[in-house]
Unconditional design. Sequence first.
Length: 143
Amino acid sequence: MPEIADHPEPTIAALTEYQRAGRCWVAVDGDDRPLGFILVDLVDGRAHIEQVSILPDHAHRRIGRDLIDHVTSWAAGRGLGALSLTTFRSVPWNAPYYERLGFSVLPSAVHGPELAALLVEEAAHGLDPEHRVAMVRPIHQLR
């Protein structure tokens, strides 16, 4: 997936802004070493998962799921009704994974102006809109 591999990692300045805004969480191991993180924006009145990343050698240990569930609780505490994200439609660890976590495809007719603009921005950065999908998970689906 060269379009992802060529995408730069968030800068320290960007991560600091997420931290200051209270919209960045890090999963750590017993020795306080980072294993993964999640960044959240507010998009069309939803908690929008901008990025969730887990170290490859720590995949399949529920770390991403736990981070998403934490964001769900955070969003519920702020009166937000849902989480949203954009991802690849057919990549097994993208849309199919999020469907298993209770997300569903959000039809473009109900994207909202901020989410629609975000998808346009993704396309401008080389992400093929035919392969992208917006998804939503209502807050009440927290397990």
